[in-house]
Design a protein around this ligand. Sequence first.
Ligand SMILES: C[S@@+](CC[C@H](N)C(=O)[O-])C[C@H]1O[C@@H](n2cnc3c(N)ncnc32)[C@H](O)[C@@H]1O
Length: 302
Amino acid sequence: MNRSETLASLHLSARRRLADAGIESSALDARLIVEHFTGTSRTDAVLRPDAPVADTIAREIEAALDRRISGEPVHRILGYREFYGMRLSLSTETLEPRPDTETLVDAVLPFVHETAAGEDICRILDLGTGTGAIALALVTQEPRAVAVGADISDDALATAAANAGHLGVSARFSAKKSDWFSHIDGLHHLIVSNPPYISSSEIEDLQNEVRNFDPRRALDGGPDGLEPYRTIASGAARHLEKDGLVGLEIGHDQRHDVTSIFERAGYELLSHYKDLGGNDRVLVFRLQARPDGSKKTAWQRK
Ligand SMILES: C[S@@+](CC[C@H](N)C(=O)[O-])C[C@H]1O[C@@H](n2cnc3c(N)ncnc32)[C@H](O)[C@@H]1O
């Protein structure tokens, strides 16, 4: 790039560099990078194409394009990713939240609203919270909801707490260090989790962008990818309110395995959901045992 750049020339050269390097999403990634480092929007690119861009900024963009070309995902370079309409900061030990995970939020949100309407509160536990994505989406959508976001990573917990602060929901979100349930107290109406669910041996086959930039601890579900589900199935009942639910993201081929793990632990599958790509992605369970004969709520009968 030469050193007397305008917004339009930078957009064009960035797009060309990424396309020439064979980056699949070159147009989008180039736009996101240029907008981020110049602090401009799509409207600026249309209304002020000749706006001059300082050399220092052009050099930052060049460095970001180099990182993208060497395989780093664009949102890692930007340091944030949008999830459920929120801008969430990322850090070294957080997974980039994925659009598929929004399916889990959509699946449990009606229950969160219903519980909050009936109880004036809905207590949520998000196991393996990462950036806080799932818990923060739920508490921002339901003002009476409160959430504990648990993770084993200090870095992830600090990031989740900072994200809660930026979203103005710190009073209703607490980040808690816990090895799954090890440091969790109290009863929750809803337990949600998108645990690591890739088998250890499959991790080496993942796309470079996932394997090299998402933290291994966020991906590795043990020898068969199911270990975290076994741990959650065996511990959840001690932390669930009566009539509480467990909502889980799963790998596309794990519906039957995860269902039998939870059925063996005394749960029944209430519903399952596919992601936008048509893959099995979310399971919602409730405890089978109902010794007091209490009825399912309207939401649970749907
Ligand atoms: C697939 S990521 C999900 C992150 C986030 N919930 C999301 O959906 O974007 C799994 C998360 O589980 C956390 N984790 C891994 N092992 C854990 C454990 N033993 N106890 C608690 N959290 C754990 C990882 O640090 C990571 O943040």
